[in-house]
Design a protein around this ligand. Sequence first.
Ligand SMILES: C[S@@+](CC[C@H](N)C(=O)[O-])C[C@H]1O[C@@H](n2cnc3c(N)ncnc32)[C@H](O)[C@@H]1O
Ligand code: SF4
Length: 398
Amino acid sequence: MSTANHSVSGTQPGTDDDGPAFGVYLHWPFCLSKCPYCDFNSHVRREQIDEARWVRAFTAEIASTAARLSGRVVSTIFFGGGTPSLMQPQTVAAVIEAIARHWPIAPDAEITLEANPTSVEAERFRGYRAAGVNRVSLGVQAVDDRALAALGRTHSAREALDAVGVARAVFDRYSFDLIYARPEQTPEQWSRELRAGLLEAGEHVSLYQLTIEPETPFAALHAAGKLHPPDENTARIFYDVTQEICAAHGLPAYEISNHARPGGECRHNLVYWRAHEYAGIGPGAHGRLDIAGDRHATATEKRPEPWLARVEKEGHGLVTDEVLTTAEHADEFLLMGLRLAEGIDPTRYTQIAGRPLEPDRIAMLRQHDLIEMTPAGRMRVTLSGFPLLDSVVADLAA
Ligand SMILES: C[S@@+](CC[C@H](N)C(=O)[O-])C[C@H]1O[C@@H](n2cnc3c(N)ncnc32)[C@H](O)[C@@H]1O
Ligand code: SF4
């Protein structure tokens, strides 16, 4: 496939020359029900969640993380889940205040909260805005009631789009997620659904191909021959029509599954993909911290109640704190950066790896039209290379 119609690179959301950024991710691990395709760290609890207790634990973990990371200015905060839109607005406000007590929050910081698109949750949007949230990301998943039921969702398409309407009225910035390449779905049906969905889009959408995650109810159905997701060739058609429709709508992909108008990219996710620094707070949260010249990979206890108990006893929930080797750090930089349409800066790779990328391997991948160099000297994966991203990275890796 020619790279002339490289719609994935239709936008250049700046470059990572925009300087270091520091993000804070906070995980809320509870949902009202568990969707059968989902393997996120999300749990259903019958009893009421004691939010004041959770705020104390988040506050303690923020303090212990900040003690290791002084002098940072927060550029992004992301409340992810689970279902953070089950949190009371005052809980969200208390967490943002706790962050601000330890690190200054930049005046233009992006503060995102993931929300399920139900009417009950949309009623809290104004409270979140008053708490400091300035962007929401809604899990619409499908614009089709039968598909929503098959995905185990508790909302209708109408209710989800109404919640998008409330988000648009309350926040300057919003995004929503759709899942495609679903069992029984055809590329033609998806094209219609996507076009209808995009009528409600603002500056950003996330479009995920359904993955059958191990140990989910969908994996069991799939193993039993009762769920038929599209084969690889059809999945490729789904991917290609998604790129075309979004690009034509002014929302080109800036990352494999993420589309934005130029300037509308999710700055928090760019922190991950550009391999900047982020702190992970809450159960199962991951962090990457640059301390005394070392890149630390951190992770907290995943299970909610044991995380709470650990934080109450020790002041933090950390179970992993490893210093990455130079090769691990360099590989991670490639793996994350090559997901982006803007690609990577080879000079930054050299700084991290202590040596440049192998010219022979670059030449081989360019010959196969899997990577290309931009006029600004960045290296990126071509549209034909994207479905083979893992092997492209493996070829380049240290
Ligand atoms: C942490 S989840 C969800 C946010 C929120 N709880 C919701 O469901 O609306 C983030 C997104 O991951 C996507 N996702 C989860 N499991 C997936 C799967 N197996 N395949 C594709 N996308 C998935 C969904 O689009 C979901 O909105
Ligand atoms: S998709 Fe969202 S609501 Fe469903 S289980 Fe996963 S995190 Fe919870």
